[in-house]
Ligand binder design. Structure first.
Ligand SMILES: *Cc1c(COP(=O)(O)O)cnc(C)c1O
Length: 404
């Protein structure tokens, strides 16, 4: 191997190496490169979920709602805000899916913008934004008579400050951006892009699905308006675990979300004739939230808090840098479809080759699990607490073999 450091030495020097044993299945030989699509279960979540079913659900029954579950969307939201999002309490709520949050917050934002300034009829969004974000924006534009202003991006990179400056103006109601691009891992300069949108008088919605839990997010310091993200990727809440929504305190009283349900009512159990929104972030909740996924997510949040998000990001940079180094040294036929600068790269690396679709299928048969993203992208997701450098080395060696 022509790389400077061995995987064993990197693992031995990794201050977070011990966390890997605290995930279900991490001891097996399987190489998991898809923790950015579905994180491994945290071992502590097994007991926590069993205990929840037996004692809280099974023992407390309907009383559970009064005792804890009614408040869990906001108490867990506060924990998530503190540990992962750089958000002060009272601005984050957990429930629904990312797609539903995108609909609620985009609609709330564009309605607010048009109400305060009739000329603001455009949503600015990039062509490589995650599909669901683009589809929801398309639907809202059709529903409200708005136009989409597309930023054309390089699929190996992402939206730059210059591109955004060119796209926004007096017509912009809302800008919708991914913090980390799902395909290339481009890490947007969120503080700078938020400032550019604000200078043009627009609101910004950040999609944090590919950054929450792997990259430090600083919503309050960015002066962010709105954000959404899911919990089954780097937050290990399990398949279908609920998403979160963030609304900056200063906007909460101004925005009206479109799915006004009983759980966002000022007094849900009054069950009265008309809708009166709750104060604060609660008004952005709609209906009964999925509690089981939140219980699993709590176990991961505890690990993230123990390790610290800055240390997690440092390991993430080391893992992706090692993957790039190995790819450069051993996969000459492949091109890097992610930023080379680690400061501009999130928690995954995409390698391009025209045969990657069949390579991915062959790797899955051999218990090496990356993801395939068209066109020709092999996506290597490296969840920092559950992935070792040895796993990266074995995985890249398997890619080299599959390509031969
Ligand atoms: C994974 C992901 C989603 C997923 O949305 P769901 O409603 O959970 O299916 C949305 N946006 C981005 C950027 C994602 O990476």
């Amino acid at each position: 191997m022509s790389t400077s450091t061995s995987a064993a030495a990197l693992d031995a020097a990794d201050p977070l190496a011990g966390f890997r044993d605290r995930f279900v299945g991490a001891a097996s030989d399987l190489v998991y490169f898809d923790g950015n699509s579905l994180g491994r279960p945290v071992a502590a979540a097994v007991e926590r979920l069993a205990d929840f079913v037996e004692h809280e659900w099974g023992g407390r029954l309907i009383r559970g709602w009064d005792e804890r579950w009614m408040d869990l969307p906001t108490t867990l939201g506060d924990d998530l805000g503190r540990i992962c999002l750089g958000s002060a309490a009272g601005q984050t709520a957990v429930g629904d899916s990312t797609t539903v949050w995108l609909y609620k917050l985009m609609r709330a934002a564009v309605d607010h913008a048009v109400r305060t300034d009739h000329a603001r009829t455009e949503i600015v969004i990039d062509t490589d934004n995650f599909p669901t974000d683009r589809y929801v924006a398309e639907g809202i534009a059709a529903e409200r008579g708005l136009t989409l202003h597309w930023i054309e991006v390089d699929t190996s990179a992402g939206v730059t400050a210059d591109q955004l400056r060119e796209a926004v103006g007096e017509r912009t109601a809302l800008v919708v951006l991914n913090h980390v691009a799902y395909r290339s891992a481009w890490l947007a300069d969120a503080a700078e892009l938020t400032r550019i949108a604000h200078d043009a008088g627009a609101l910004v919605l950040w999609d944090l699905c590919h950054s929450a839990g792997a990259v430090a997010v600083d919503l309050d310091a960015w002066d962010a308006d709105l954000a959404v993200g899911c919990s089954y990727k780097y937050l290990n809440g399990g398949p279908g675990s609920p998403a979160f929504g963030y609304v900056a305190q200063r906007l909460q009283g101004e925005l009206t979300q479109p799915i006004q349900g009983w759980m966002g009512h000022a007094d849900p159990f009054l069950m009265g004739p008309g809708y009166t929104p709750a104060a604060g972030i609660r008004r952005f909740i709609s209906g009964t939230p999925p509690i089981l996924g939140m219980v699993a997510m709590q176990s991961m949040l505890e690990l993230v808090e123990e390790a610290g998000i800055e240390a997690i990001r440092a390991k993430s940079v080391a893992l992706t840098s090692y993957a790039v180094e190995l790819a450069d040294a051993t996969l000459p036929q492949v091109t890097l479809a992610s930023p080379r600068d680690p400061a501009r790269r999130g928690g995954h690396v995409t390698l391009h080759h025209e045969r990657m679709r069949e390579v991915t299928a062959r790797l899955w048969e051999r218990d090496v699990i990356p993801d395939y993203r068209d066109p020709g992208g092999l996506r290597i997701g490296l969840s920092p607490l559950s992935t070792s450098f040895d796993e990266v080395e074995r995985g890249i060696a398997a890619v080299a073999e599959a390509l031969r």
